[in-house]
Design a protein around this ligand. Structure first.
Ligand code: ADP
Length: 445
């Protein structure tokens, strides 16, 4: 987790412009969305306020009219017609007069001539408005969309209630306007998102370039390391071969001749190892490494590998032990590659052990076959363990500087194991020894 976090921080630091652009492409649509949301909700609030104001205006106009000429019905009716004509959003406007008893109201003037003279008895809306000086107003929905229903009492100059005004304001047009704004802003939002997606796609390409450049830099570094390693590793055995050959030209002593030839052979072997490792790396990287997974008993291959390595161990005075499993096992791997891995690990154990023993042991854990190569060698720090499987990685200390190596062996080993669906783990203590364990699938699975 911490690793991911620190990787992200270093990515941001190294690619400030990309991070900034990514931040922008996320911010733009979010800001746009919030903006259109705020505009729309404000718009709705404003429309409601406009309607309320209009209702108050109409009510005041009518009230003034009524206060002056309540008996002049034709004048009131013509005012209603005019108001309705001028304000298309008013869908109904009626004046009601209370009847004796106070429960019943008669429509005395209305925009709808057909209902003039109708009596409304016990209508809650009328009764509430009559008893509440503020009047009542509520939002409702009909076949023609949303509308405001407003009912309020009218009073004469002395303040005595003389009637009711009942109005309906249609929100159809304003709602249509709001919907249009919402649709328009949705369209623009979609276009913005599309635009942002295009930007991101472009950024992704940019990111691809950045990754390629980083990779190229890495390859370049690797190449430099390789050239310096290869030139050093090539030069020393070649110089040795040339030197011993020069000595051989004049050497008469048979024992010395034998010694020189032995050294030439060692240097040639060293050159051969280097060329082999480099070729193997190039095969693995170019995916040209054939892996043939078969089911086999690893016992004979383990014994064979031990026999091949016994001489080198003996030369250094190291014991080479094998703890074989009680039962015959069947594993699934590539036989040649399995042997190569084992020989690599045993050869390293011998190379990096001064005294003591190398032990190879096998155990079965769940569905896995585990083979461990343990030594009593120089061991390594936890930091080195973490870098061990990198290409060209060699631990530098007084002991290793005298050991011939390319730093490619463990990288090759890891790649081979991965291709056989296995894994490798290492446990090591400096000055005590190392345990390399290869995990491979058992055949039954
Ligand atoms: P090399 O050719 O240098 O042996 P490897 O990739 O096989 O390359 O190993 C990388 C480095 O890991 C070695 O240089 C050595 O320092 C360290 N190493 C490998 N195996 C052992 C071991 N068994 N004990 C201690 N150090 C080891």
């Amino acid at each position: 987790m911490n690793n991911i976090f620190s990787n992200a921080i270093s990515f941001i630091k190294e690619n400030l412009s990309i991070t900034y652009s990514l931040f922008l492409v996320i911010l733009i649509p979010v800001a746009f969305f919030i903006n259109s949301y705020l505009i729309n909700s404000n718009y709705e609030k404003n429309i409601d306020k406009i309607m309320q104001k209009k209702a108050v205006l109409v009510e005041n106009t009518i009230n003034t009219l009524i206060q002056n000429q309540f008996s002049d019905m034709p004048a009131i009716q013509s005012s209603i017609d005019r108001i309705m004509n001028d304000n298309k959003e008013i869908i109904s406007l009626s004046i009601l007069k209370p009847q004796e008893g106070g429960e019943e109201f008669e429509i005395i003037a209305s925009g709808n001539k057909n209902i003039i003279g109708q009596k409304q008895e016990g209508q809650t809306q009328n009764l509430l408005a009559w008893n509440n000086p503020e009047g009542i107003a509520f939002l409702d929905r009909g076949n023609d969309g949303r509308f405001w229903e407003v009912t309020k009492s009218l009073s004469d100059i002395s303040g005595k209630k003389i009637g009711l005004i009942d109005m309906s304001f249609s929100l159809k047009e304003s709602d249509a306007l709001i919907n249009k704004t919402i649709n328009d802003s949705n369209l623009i939002l979609i276009l913005t998102i599309l635009f942002v997606i295009l930007l991101i796609a472009n950024q992704a390409r940019l990111l691809g370039y950045v990754l390629t450049v980083t990779k190229l830099k890495e390859v370049d570094k690797m190449k430099d390391m390789f050239i310096s390693m290869a030139s050093h590793e090539l030069r020393s055995p070649l110089t040795a071969i040339k030197g011993y050959l020069d000595l051989l030209k004049t050497e008469k002593d048979a024992a010395m001749v034998g010694h020189y030839i032995e050294n030439i052979s060692l240097s040639a072997q060293r050159l051969n190892n280097l060329v082999e490792d480099v070729l193997e790396v190039s095969r693995i990287e170019g995916n040209r490494l054939p892996i043939e997974m078969t089911i086999f008993d690893p016992g004979p291959i383990i014994s064979q590998s031990l026999e091949e390595m016994r001489y080198s161990a003996m030369q250094k005075g190291l014991a080479l032990n094998y703890v074989s499993p009680q039962t015959v096992l069947q594993i699934k791997a590539d036989q040649d590659r399995f042997k190569q891995v084992l020989v690599n690990l045993i050869s390293n154990a011998i190379k990096y052990t001064e005294k003591g023993a190398i032990s190879v042991s096998v155990v079965v854990k769940k569905d896995k076959f585990l083979i461990t190569v343990a030594d009593t060698g120089i061991g390594m720090s936890t930091e080195d363990q973490a870098n061990l499987f990198q290409k060209f990685y060699r631990i530098k200390n007084d002991y290793t500087k005298n050991v011939i190596g390319t730093g490619l062996g463990l990288w090759i080993t890891l790649e081979l194991i991965k291709r056989m669906q296995g894994k490798i783990t290492v446990e090591s203590i400096e000055g005590v020894g190392s345990h390399f364990t290869v995990h491979l699938p058992l055949a039954s699975k």
